[in-house]
Each structure stands twice: as structure tokens, then as C-alpha cells.
Design a protein around this ligand. Structure first.
Ligand code: UT7
Length: 315
């Protein structure tokens, strides 16, 4: 059992350049109608570096929390597009913000943020007081902009949360924090979505779609069962933002209505590790989350990896 913990701050960062479906129509054999109907995406943000976006999102989270950077014990940066092979991008973010404690990158692709979140609660369990968890990706850098099967989907962004240990009841007895998680991977399918060094993303979209729905439903169901929580008790489902049809199919099978689901991909595209925290921050910005709410987070992506968590929100 991880200790009770609250979210004291959160923040996001998106590049200022917006690429609309109409922009893509000008340079690719595609259409706004096809992209909206097949993916739900209308526009996406493109540009910057992972370090820039992650720093901005993390700074926003620290400012909201009113926490001094040196009082952070750990930075965990989920990214599948590190700015350089060496060093890990979190070292640059750590330096720019003047954080205390350690820093590490987690590469779990689109499931990366939930992997990082679980690792953050683990850090609290071994004595950390405050952990900064950031999801940040710049997929535009590894996308072939002449390939309509990937160029219409992938984009850039970052979002961060600051988690702080607190006293009182543990999460399974009404306290805030992590009630359960489910992490998994099927590495035999690693070649369905890949990018070699110096290359661009290649993807078997149809097969990933099929697996995404199945893995999301199975993993979310496992997390709910471990938390002993009925799906009706979930105030907000925050899924990976890859394709609106994947989200809708998963929600239909899980029995979660659209009004209890966070969707941001129409404005952001698929930002991999940033997608779940971006959707979370968007829901917080529109006051769809209140203290005591149970959240179900679920990610799926390259690897093929998946990760789900049930969290009781308190700020
Ligand atoms: O982040 C996690 C990893 N990624 C994912 O989760 C992605 C999962 N997959 C998907 O989201 C969908 O499979 C895509 C959005 C990538 C593709 O949608 P789809 O409905 O599965 O299309 P498809 O690949 O089955 O292609 C259907 C048709 C094909 O034409 P024909 O063979 O029927 O004539 C494609 O060539 O649509 C064509 N097509 C396009 N047409 C217009 C593919 N991309 C485009 C495009 N614009 N951008």
C-alpha cells in the first residue's frame, strides 16, 4: 500500500504553433472530414523540445502548488522522444528548475505517464515527500510529414503534476492517493509501432487499434477490481488520447458514459506520454474534478505496453 498523497499542483504546456486538419489537407492526400471521422482530431500543436515543454509544464505545477523547487525530492519525466540519447532529458529539466533530489526518465511510450505516476507513489512509499511527474513528448520530430497514416495523428505537448505525501487514512480506507494499478506489456508485438535511431515512426494502425481497445478494457477492469471499485463509482475516466474511436469503444465496453470521460485529443492530437496528464489538466481547468473523486487513468501504446491506475483525487 502506498501512503496517502495529494496533488498540490498541476500544469501543462503546448507549443504555440497550431496545425489544423485544413493545413494538412494542403500538403497531404487527406481531408478534414476523414481525419475527424476516423480519429476525432481537429488540430494539434507542434514545435519546441521535450526539455522546454516539460520545464514549462513543471514550472506551472510548482507555481500553482506554491512549492519551492528545492523542496522537490524526485522528478520523473515520462517521454518516448528524449531530446538526446544521453543524457536523460529530466537532467536538463531538473537543472533549469533548480529542483532538489533526483531525476529520471521513464520510457513507457503512451503508457509512460501512468508508469511514471506509479513509480512516483513508490517513491513516496520509500520516503520521498514531493514528487514531480511530467509527461512530455515531441512526436513531430520523429514523424514523416509526407506519410498521411501517421502525420495526421502525432503531435507535441507536456503536462505535469506535483504529488505530496500527507497524513491520515490510506487510499484503500478513504484517504487520497493510489488505490490500485495494473502495468503490463506484450513485447512480442514491439514491431507494430517503432522508430529506429534517426528515422521516423512506422505503425500498423489497424492492428494497434484492435489491441488498444482490448488492452485498455482489460487493464482498466483489472485496476478497478484490485481497487474494489465499481465502474459506476469512477467520477472521471482519463484515457490515452490516441483516437476518439478507441476511447469510445473502450468506454462502451467498460460502461463509462462520455460525460465521465476526459477528451482533449480534438485539440492536441496524440501526444503520447503527455496525453493523459494533458487530459487531466484540461478536466481540472474546467472543474470536472473535485476532492474525493475517484479517477481511472489508462494508457496504451508502443511496446506494446499498457498501464492503468485508480486514484482518489485530493488537492
Ligand atoms: O498512441 C498509440 C499508438 N497509436 C494508435 O493508437 C493508433 C491506432 N490506430 C488508429 O488510430 C487508426 O488505425 C488510424 C487513424 C491510424 C487509421 O484509421 P483506420 O480507420 O484504421 O484506417 P485504415 O488504416 O484502415 O485505412 C482505411 C483507408 C485506407 O484506404 P483504402 O485502403 O481503404 O483505400 C487508407 O489508405 O483510409 C486510408 N487512409 C487515409 N485516408 C485519408 C489512411 N490514412 C488516411 C488519411 N487520410 N490520413
Amino acid at each position: 500500500m502506498t501512503p496517502p498523497a495529494v496533488f498540490t499542483g498541476w500544469g501543462s504546456a503546448l507549443p504555440s504553433t497550431i496545425v489544423t486538419n485544413r493545413d494538412l489537407e494542403q500538403r497531404l492526400d487527406t481531408s478534414d472530414a476523414w481525419i475527424v471521422e476516423r480519429t476525432g482530431i481537429r488540430e494539434r500543436h507542434v514545435g519546441g523540445t521535450v526539455a522546454d515543454l516539460a520545464t514549462e509544464a513543471a514550472r506551472n505545477a510548482l507555481e500553482q502548488a506554491g512549492t519551492r523547487p528545492e523542496d522537490v525530492d524526485m522528478l520523473i519525466l515520462a517521454t518516448t522522444t528524449p531530446d538526446e540519447t544521453v543524457p536523460h532529458t529530466s537532467s536538463i529539466v531538473h537543472h533549469r528548475l533548480g529542483l532538489g533530489g533526483g531525476a529520471m526518465d521513464v520510457n513507457g511510450a503512451c503508457a509512460g505517464f501512468v508508469y511514471a505516476l506509479v513509480a512516483a507513489y513508490g517513491s513516496l512509499a520509500v520516503g520521498a515527500r514531493r514528487v514531480l511527474v511530467v509527461g512530455a513528448d515531441c512526436l513531430s520530430r520523429i514523424t514523416d510529414w509526407d506519410d498521411r497514416s501517421t502525420a495526421v495523428i502525432f503531435a507535441d505537448g507536456a503536462a505535469a503534476v506535483l504529488i505530496e505525501a500527507t497524513g491520515g487514512a490510506d487510499p484503500l480506507h478513504g484517504g487520497p492517493g493510489l488505490l490500485s494499478h495494473d502495468l503490463g506489456i506484450d513485447g512480442s508485438a514491439h514491431d507494430l509501432l517503432y522508430c529506429p535511431h534517426g528515422g521516423t515512426l512506422a505503425m500498423d494502425g489497424r492492428e494497434i487499434f484492435r489491441r488498444a481497445v482490448r488492452a485498455t478494457v482489460e487493464s482498466a477492469t483489472m485496476a478497478l477490481s484490485r481497487a474494489k471499485v465499481a465502474v459506476e463509482e469512477i467520477a472521471l475516466f482519463v484515457p490515452h488520447q490516441a483516437n476518439l474511436r478507441i476511447i469510445e469503444a473502450s468506454c462502451a465496453r467498460l460502461g463509462i458514459p462520455p460525460q465521465r470521460t476526459a477528451v482533449v485529443l480534438d485539440r492536441t492530437g496524440n501526444t503520447s506520454a503527455a496525453s493523459i496528464p494533458l487530459a487531466l489538466c484540461d478536466a481540472l481547468g474546467t472543474e470536472r474534478i473535485a476532492d474525493g473523486d475517484l479517477l481511472l487513468l489508462s494508457g496504451f501504446g508502443a511496446g506494446m505496453s499498457w498501464a492503468s491506475a485508480v486514484v482518489r483525487w485530493a488537492s
